[in-house]
Ligand binder design. Structure first.
Ligand SMILES: [Zn+2]
Length: 193
């Protein structure tokens, strides 16, 4: 396979990083999610991902869909995503919470995720969903965790094939002794399987 078989879609709720746009331009088939999924539910990213998957199956004839979040920054180690022979492949990255998310264990993060048409057709919908705990007060599985669990059930084992950088916002605080410390904004609940 090569980049001619891949439909790239970037989730541009926020403007896509310029380095990502440049990388995206190396693919003949590229699109922004805002041109596919109706706007109005910017916080429902799982639903937007599902709408893009539906659009890919119904409106394209390509073999692979590559999903990218707008704050992903492709690097040299991201290149295998273009050619790796796997039905479900992705690149791991540091999550907003400051830890590597899903990595090399049959789970992948949705920020840089490639899915074959065959796998999408076989995996039970909704492909992406946030699962809450039974009391509704916590998160059981993030949208990518849900997807990978459904994929494994369908017999597809998500494969980590590279790495990608992630643009994140920092908070910088001054300590009492005038030194400083940094922390990441937007702690999130990704990182679970
Ligand atoms: Zn996740």
């Amino acid at each position: 396979m090569d980049r001619n078989d891949i439909q790239v879609v970037v989730f541009d709720g926020r403007p896509a990083d310029p380095r990502l746009r440049e990388w995206m331009n190396t693919f003949p088939h590229r699109q922004y999610a805002s041109h596919i999924a109706p706007k109005g539910y910017p916080d429902l990213v799982a639903m937007q991902r599902n709408r893009v998957c539906r659009w890919f199956l119904d409106r394209t004839k390509l073999d692979y869909l590559l999903l990218l979040d707008s704050d992903m920054i492709p690097i040299e180690a991201t290149e295998p995503i273009k050619t790796a022979e796997a039905p479900i492949a992705g690149c791991c990255y540091i999550q907003n919470g400051g830890v590597i998310g899903h990595e090399e264990d049959g789970a992948l993060s949705a920020g840089c995720l490639r899915i074959s048409r065959t796998a999408l057709e076989a995996i039970e919908t909704p492909w992406f969903d946030w699962e809450l705990t039974k009391d509704g007060c916590g998160v059981q599985a993030c949208d990518c965790g849900h997807f990978c669990a459904r994929a494994r059930e369908a017999g597809y084992f998500p494969k980590t094939v590279g790495r990608i950088d992630h643009a994140m916002l920092m908070r910088v605080s001054i300590n009492d002794d005038d030194t400083f410390r940094t922390s990441l904004l937007h702690e999130d609940s990704h990182g679970k399987k």
